[in-house]
Design a protein around this ligand. Structure first.
Ligand SMILES: [Zn+2]
Ligand SMILES: [Zn+2]
Length: 112
């Protein structure tokens, strides 16, 4: 059965309009195809909750302090306390401008 997609606002990160959703462990994620900005929620009602979160997500403000991504061998530690692995290249190489966890602009920090 094909269900009509519920209303989703354009991407709060980049303004893109191609928004998809997918399963995650015990829940559901809603994400933007162009910048990979995402929100997620867990069961029960994960899909509805993820959509609510997406639609409620405020635009990151330019004055927000950036999220620092400290990278080593493709695994980044973010200043919001998460970790993200990139198979190939850097966040910038992959057109990632905003942290997938906290939504702030990414600032890459090289280990030295
Ligand atoms: Zn986007
Ligand atoms: Zn972050």
């Amino acid at each position: 059965m094909i269900k009509r997609a519920p209303f989703l606002k354009p991407c709060p990160f980049c303004g893109g309009g191609i928004i998809k959703d997918g399963p995650i462990r015990d829940g559901r994620t809603v994400y933007c195809v162009s910048c990979t900005g995402s929100v997620y929620a867990f069961s029960p009602d994960a899909y509805a909750k993820a959509i609510d979160k997406w639609n409620a997500r405020p635009h990151p403000q330019p004055e927000d302090p950036p999220c620092l991504w400290k990278g080593d061998d493709g695994t980044y530690e973010t200043s919001c306390g998460q970790a993200f692995t990139i198979i190939d290249g850097t966040p910038a190489d992959n057109d990632m401008r905003f942290c997938t966890y906290c939504g702030k602009p990414i600032e890459e920090k090289k280990d030295d």
